[in-house]
Ligand binder design. Structure first.
Ligand SMILES: *[C@@H]1O[C@H](CO)[C@@H](O)[C@H](O)[C@H]1NC(C)=O
Ligand SMILES: *[C@@H]1O[C@H](CO)[C@@H](O)[C@H](O)[C@H]1NC(C)=O
Ligand SMILES: *[C@@H]1O[C@H](CO)[C@@H](O)[C@H](O)[C@H]1NC(C)=O
Ligand SMILES: *[C@@H]1O[C@H](CO)[C@@H](O)[C@H](O)[C@H]1NC(C)=O
Ligand SMILES: *[C@@H]1O[C@H](CO)[C@@H](O)[C@H](O)[C@H]1NC(C)=O
Ligand SMILES: *[C@@H]1O[C@H](CO)[C@@H](O)[C@H](O)[C@H]1NC(C)=O
Ligand SMILES: *[C@@H]1O[C@H](CO)[C@@H](O)[C@H](O)[C@H]1NC(C)=O
Ligand SMILES: *[C@@H]1O[C@H](CO)[C@@H](O)[C@H](O)[C@H]1NC(C)=O
Ligand SMILES: *[C@@H]1O[C@H](CO)[C@@H](O)[C@H](O)[C@H]1NC(C)=O
Ligand SMILES: *[C@@H]1O[C@H](CO)[C@@H](O)[C@H](O)[C@H]1NC(C)=O
Length: 687
């Protein structure tokens, strides 16, 4: 047991350092460098600072209940520590922390607070005099954290535009500097008319919508940007675009000098191979670029030349050319790639960001080589193809080790419904689903395990897995997981401690459970509340909800357009609504800005901004990132505060449940990656 845990954790460490780029080419590059973990090597490693480094995981496990008992000065110092150490906090932590801060009038000190915390503050309390400073700091945060608070997200837009002094026809460079990431939520028509420095803002968007992509192309085609007209673009200019270059349309590529385009192609393929660019981004670029070349006779023969190989037999050397995909379209790939060369060069071939059509060609050839199923040692190489395999095909495979499971499922490529088939093969070979394995394949994968498979997980392993993000699970699975979590976390704890561990699983909680928690005054955060079962919520009275949310009840206002909240509010009569004191009219998107483009996405989207730019774009605006090395750590937490954060139980089953001692401890980046994982699964579908 122990050795298998240790094994995964080594693997995960490697993953964090891109060491596994070969095996898991898709997992690594999609993560945001800013939230990838905690700053390392920047703190004074002696004295009180070393305490902060080692105990940083405690800050990361920030929990509102104990913090709500802190006096003002200590809460203030805690919040500043979270900012200084850039502790990546999630929406459920930030939303309640913002209320604690507001209650003690700490909102005024916003400049020393984590930017993402500002996103959750009561915007009505932002004074006009420091409105710009507030927005500029807030715009350094991650607006994806507001996925479940759509009304707050819109209010943020309104406040930001109001700070600029009202509606604008055109956003100037200084406007854009203030707006930062907020531009990603704005109407695409604003991009076309904006100052060209809007490119810096767009670089921070985790994803561009179809209309934003079109606007980007219009802007680039206009020649107004620093790159000039497309005919004069050069490699440096294109590289400075970072991932934005992957959105350039085929039409536009046709206007770019061929040699420049090909140089960029090489650098993109190399960046993808080295893990600096996600396969998803690289494939988007390659597909668009090759489409522009499809009609260009100079680079490739017309399609439909039959089954004959014209470009020459593919060899190991051919595959090491970064322009391989320019020379061989999928038809030529089929004709010119022998099974012998494929078998010996599977890895270098799959390092290329192959269009889906070419991937299917390779799958067919692999079936010729291995008619009875792909051997286990080869499975680890075909991660990028896994999504093409059906349950019946997966049934032919032998999966005997957790490593193979991780290789197949930890990427963003495998589909949700392939999870069950892969894990079943593993279970059939007497494999065990351990906590470390669950974390390694991403918490949300558990949504796609069958109820029988979930039952095979030992409660102790479930505890070791810590808080899994199951917010994207279908309701039926949430119900099963709730029961499982109860089994793992129940019994002989205070309700506070019980709630702490059960919180991620309450989406499956029945009515009695929620009533019980309401009576215990747990002060549920709004993010968790939006993930409750909407049907169960229908049966909760206004009084119960008020008790359940406790000091967070005012946050209903920030989420009143969320489908779950909206349907609950609809079920209430006028007097009940008055009792809540809510303005239930939906937030009107102003005429000058569209509604956030992401509000209609599934709630788990965009919780981390998955930028992996290859350029060296400067931060869009505002103060430069804090470098801890140059700042005295004046706000090291008083130790009296620590035990509070430890949730009163540094020993015993509660204390050990999440903090696994020794070398199995998972790097924070991975706990934190759970949501990013779900995000990537979504992203793959859209590319
Ligand atoms: C690190 O901390 C120690 C003890 O607090 C202090 O003596 C030392 O000067 C610090 N070093 C730096 C580079 O700040
Ligand atoms: C981390 O915090 C715990 C709890 O206060 C403390 O016992 C421990 O010594 C701290 N670790 C370090 C390295 O200071
Ligand atoms: C290309 O490969 C085919 C089949 O493997 C072989 O018959 C043919 O001779 C090769 N052509 C060249 C030019 O090597
Ligand atoms: C799976 O294992 C069995 C028994 O060792 C073996 O006969 C079979 O060929 C293997 N299948 C594959 C696809 O590796
Ligand atoms: C998974 O689901 C997709 C669509 O929901 C379907 O097309 C595909 O065949 C399924 N794959 C498996 C392995 O069941
Ligand atoms: C609950 O805790 C008490 C005291 O800590 C202990 O005596 C009792 O055996 C525990 N009960 C269970 C079911 O673990
Ligand atoms: C919950 O809060 C209410 C009102 O403040 C109080 O009357 C009640 O005793 C509290 N319940 C618990 C279990 O603390
Ligand atoms: C809600 O209450 C109704 C009537 O009391 C009941 O029929 C229904 O099953 C309840 N729904 C849930 C999800 O608890
Ligand atoms: C936000 O602040 C305004 C102005 O101070 C206040 O009227 C409102 O009640 C606050 N909203 C919440 C949810 O606390
Ligand atoms: C509103 O609903 C509550 C409970 O749902 C009920 O007790 C109350 O009588 C209703 N008020 C009116 C005016 O219908």
């Amino acid at each position: 047991m122990a050795s298998s845990h240790r094994h995964y954790s080594t693997r995960l460490g490697g993953l964090a350092s891109l060491g596994l780029a070969l095996l898991l080419p898709l997992t690594v590059p999609c993560s945001d460098p800013h939230t990838d973990g905690l700053p390392k090597g920047k703190l004074n490693t002696s004295g009180s600072d070393s305490w902060a480094v080692v105990n940083i995981s405690l800050l990361q496990d920030f929990w509102c209940q104990p913090a709500s008992r802190l006096p003002r000065e200590q809460l203030s110092s805690l919040i500043r520590s979270l900012a200084l150490l850039q502790v990546p906090l999630k929406a459920w932590q930030l939303s309640c922390l913002a209320n604690l801060a507001a209650r003690l009038s700490l909102q005024e000190d916003f400049a020393l607070h984590p930017p993402s915390l500002l996103l959750f503050y009561n915007l009505s309390q932002v004074k006009e005099s420091n409105c710009r400073a507030f927005m500029q700091h807030a715009a350094q945060g991650d607006t994806g954290l507001l996925a479940n608070l759509p009304d707050q997200r819109i209010a943020l837009q309104h406040t930001a535009l109001a700070c600029l002094g009202g509606p604008r026809q055109q956003l100037s460079a200084s406007d854009l500097g203030l707006l930062g990431i907020l531009v990603c939520d704005m109407d695409a028509s604003r991009i076309v008319t904006a100052d060209p420095s809007v490119l810096q803002n767009l670089l921070r968007c985790p994803q561009l919508s179809a209309t934003q992509r079109a606007a980007l192309n219009t802007l680039l085609a206009s020649g107004r940007t620093q790159l000039g007209p497309p005919g004069s673009w050069n490699l440096e200019g294109l590289q400075a675009l970072g991932t934005l270059a992957t959105y350039i349309s085929p039409n536009l590529w046709e206007k770019v000098e061929e040699a420049v385009g090909l140089d960029l192609f090489c650098s993109m393929v190399a960046a993808c191979r080295e893990g600096r660019l996600s396969q998803c981004d690289a494939r988007r670029f390659v597909t668009s670029f090759l489409e522009s070349k499809a009609n260009s006779a100079s680079l490739r023969p017309k399609r439909g030349t039959g089954g004959s190989c014209i470009r020459g037999n593919i060899t190991a050397a051919t595959l090491h050319d970064d322009l391989f995909l320019v020379h061989y379209d999928c038809t030529q790939l089929e004709s010119c790639l022998s099974t012998r060369v494929l078998r010996a060069n599977l890895n270098p071939l799959l390092q290329h960001p192959l269009p889906a059509e070419c991937q299917r060609v390779i799958k067919t050839k692999l079936a010729q080589i291995y008619p009875h199923g792909i051997p286990e040692d080869q499975l680890r190489l075909i991660t990028s193809l896994v999504y093409l395999y059906s349950g019946a095909e997966i049934d032919q495979w032998n999966i005997t080790t957790g490593d193979t499971v991780v290789a197949l499922l930890a990427s963003d490529v495998a589909l949700e419904n392939q999870t069950e088939a892969v894990l079943q093969k593993f279970l059939d070979h007497r494999g065990k689903v351990t906590g470390a394995l669950l974390v390694a394949i991403g918490g949300s994968r558990i949504c796609w395990m069958s109820p029988q498979q979930i039952q095979t997980i030992q409660p102790s392993e479930f505890r070791l897995a810590g808080a899994l993000d199951i917010s994207s699970c279908p309701q039926s699975r949430k119900n099963v997981l709730f029961a499982k979590a109860r089994e793992a976390f129940c019994c002989n704890r205070t309700t506070g401690a019980y709630y702490r561990f059960m919180r991620p699983y309450l989406g499956g909680a029945p009515l009695e459970e929620l009533r019980h928690l309401a009576q215990a005054n747990v002060s549920m955060d709004i993010d968790t509340f939006t993930n409750l079962n909407p049907l169960v919520l229908q049966n909760l009275s206004v009084g119960s909800v008020t008790n359940l949310l406790g000091q967070n009840v005012g946050d209903l206002q920030k989420a009143r357009s969320h489908p779950t909240i909206r349907s609950w509010l609809r079920s209430l009569n006028r007097s009940a609504l008055d009792e809540l004191g809510l303005d239930t009219s939906p937030t009107q998107a102003s005429t000058t800005s569209g509604p956030p483009s992401t509000t209609r996405r599934t709630p788990h989207l965009a919780h981390t901004s998955g930028m992996s730019g290859i350029g060296t774009a400067a931060p869009a605006s505002g103060s430069p990132p804090v470098h801890l090395g140059y700042l005295p750590l004046t706000v090291a937490l008083p130790s009296s505060l620590l035990w509070l954060l430890l949730c009163q139980a540094p020993s015993g089953p509660v204390g050990t449940a999440q903090k696994v001692p020794g070398p199995w401890t998972l790097p924070p980046a991975l706990h934190q990656g759970d949501r990013a994982h779900g995000h990537q699964i979504q992203e793959r579908r859209s590319c």
